[in-house]
Design a protein around this ligand. Structure first.
Ligand SMILES: [Zn+2]
Length: 219
């Protein structure tokens, strides 16, 4: 087998973030193994660009990270982009309970996590310890998870303010794989407003649809 790095640390890093060319037939045992895995990721290099493939117990994400190459490569296609929740959609009732919690915290911001238990395939809400909360700021920590628990969704309120991801939110979310939601305009007749994104691979991706069940609108 070809050695990609002499240094053991460099070799370990490359092994944890592998890069595979797509054969002309479009199927590869190595790429199939990543796609079928519980937790891993790789880059697939095809004639039509590079696809980041991320697998978590709760997530299947195939996302192009480059445009198609102008150079000819004798490779197959990386295939279609996709983002699927292996855990299924979050129960809409959880969003209602979190909104009630956030409204009760007004005029301050507040926070909540949605956790998923992989063994029981059940969702739950975790309200974090709040270090500091004002009408324009909330600081809180991610929960310590049991081995069968996964942090699916990180939700914070912008209280009466608009729903958007601030520069602080971008910095907080940069290294996570999770759904992030901001709920704003709470306690107002036209509210609430929701901003959403999938954080993965250092990118912030739009959600193709609401992550909550029983809601056909993009949230
Ligand atoms: Zn924010």
């Amino acid at each position: 087998m070809t050695v990609l790095a002499d240094d053991p640390t460099a070799a370990a890093i490359l092994a944890a973030a592998s890069c595979y060319p797509v054969p002309p037939v479009g199927r590869s045992p190595a790429i199939d193994a990543v796609r079928a895995s519980r937790t891993s990721q790789c880059l697939a290099v095809g004639r039509d660009g590079v696809m980041l493939i991320v697998r978590r117990p709760w997530l299947e994400l195939d996302i192009p990270v480059t445009p198609p190459f102008p150079a000819y490569l004798p490779y197959g296609s990386v295939g279609e982009r996709r983002a699927e929740l292996r855990c299924g959609l979050m129960p809409r009732e959880l969003l209602g309970r979190i909104l009630d919690h956030f409204r009760a915290a007004l005029p301050n911001e507040a926070a909540a996590f949605v956790l998923w238990n992989e063994n029981e395939r059940s969702f739950s809400i975790h309200y974090p310890q709040i270090d500091d909360a004002t009408p324009s700021r909330v600081t809180y920590r991610s929960p310590i998870l049991a081995p069968d628990q996964h942090l699916i969704c990180d939700i914070h309120s912008h209280a009466h303010g608009a729903a958007f991801f601030s520069a602080t939110d971008d910095a907080d979310d940069a290294h996570s794989t999770k759904i992030a939601l901001v709920l704003g305009r709470l306690g107002q007749p036209e509210g609430p407003a929701i901003a959403s994104r999938l954080c993965a691979g250092g990118m912030f991706l739009p959600l193709p649809r609401s992550p909550f069940s029983g809601d056909d609108d993009a949230a």
